[in-house]
Design a protein around this ligand. Structure first.
Ligand SMILES: CC(C)(COP(=O)(O)OP(=O)(O)OC[C@H]1O[C@@H](n2cnc3c(N)ncnc32)[C@H](O)[C@@H]1OP(=O)(O)O)[C@@H](O)C(=O)NCCC(=O)NCCS
Length: 245
């Protein structure tokens, strides 16, 4: 399923195949806001979804820095309300907002809101290898990457990103804009408040809460509630500062 390749003829062939399928099927159009980095991870997931079940016609990216195609997809314009409003006129166009900055995520929120995209026009993307309980609730504009496991009675909000191989225990609540890096392990009934960030390989005890826009570093082991905006590291996790400083 994975194509770890720079072989452009292969990518071209895939796109032609997809374009042909899209003609026959009623697929939704998608624009990824972002680019190299997280945007291309999302692009990969979209392609894997399409291979399994043609769902999205990926039109391209919105990006403030790049003008050349990104992995063969055009850059359609800058990330601004005027560009977005042009595409919003087509009711079949959906968006995915992929911009992330570990310690400054809350500062990106204004940029997202300025675009004035109605919540229902954000795509929710779930990789075909993810295992999601049918009792989980998932919001708009959320992306769940390969081999993630999401337990029953979890509530995952809008614009949440869960990266490869992470585990979300039963009853967990992941509020809007929270972020779970790859291989992180969220215990049962844990609460990630708005924008909380859990780093690669970090683990949490059940029932703890991670404060708003807090950042918990790679490999941390969280045993107690994390304050809002706190920067946490280590085992057991301790606060080394604040992302709001
Ligand atoms: C927690 C984190 C945000 C701190 O970043 P920072 O503010 O730039 O911190 P610094 O690198 O200046 O380190 C500050 C101190 O904390 C220590 N530290 C930083 N991250 C640590 C971690 N994850 N575990 C243990 N100690 C850590 C540093 O060694 C340093 O200690 P010192 O003062 O004794 O030298 C960052 O290290 C981190 O883990 N980010 C998550 C990355 C991630 O998950 N990426 C996934 C997507 S690829």
């Amino acid at each position: 399923m994975y194509r770890a390749t720079n072989d452009h003829s292969c990518t071209k062939g895939l796109k032609e195949k997809n374009a042909h399928r899209n003609e026959k099927l009623k697929v939704k159009k998608l624009i990824i806001i972002g680019g190299f980095g997280n945007g291309t991870v999302v692009q990969s997931t979209v392609e894997d979804i399409n291979e399994k079940n043609p769902t999205w016609n990926l039109l391209g990216f919105l990006n403030d820095r790049e003008t050349d195609p990104i992995n063969g997809y055009p850059v359609l314009g800058k990330i601004d309300a005027e560009t977005v409003s042009r595409f919003l006129k087509d009711p079949d166009v959906y968006f995915f907002y992929s911009l992330i900055s570990v310690k400054l995520n809350y500062k990106f929120l204004g940029k997202l809101h300025d675009l004035q995209i109605p919540q229902h026009r954000f795509a929710t993307l779930i990789h075909p290898t993810a295992v999601i309980s049918k009792y989980a609730k998932i919001g708009h504009g959320t992306c769940i990457q390969p081999f993630v496991s999401v337990g029953p009675n979890t509530h995952i909000g809008n614009h949440v990103q869960i990266f490869a191989q992470a585990l979300v225990g039963h009853g967990a609540r992941l509020d809007d804009y929270s972020y779970v890096a790859n291989n992180a392990c969220i215990g049962a009934d844990v609460h990630l408040k708005e924008g909380a960030y859990l780093g690669t390989n970090a683990t949490t005890l059940e029932f703890v809460s991670l404060g708003k826009w807090s950042v918990t570093g790679i490999g941390a082991v969280v045993l107690k509630d994390v304050p809002d905006y706190a920067k946490m590291v280590g085992n057991p996790a301790r606060q080394i500062g604040s992302v709001a400083e």
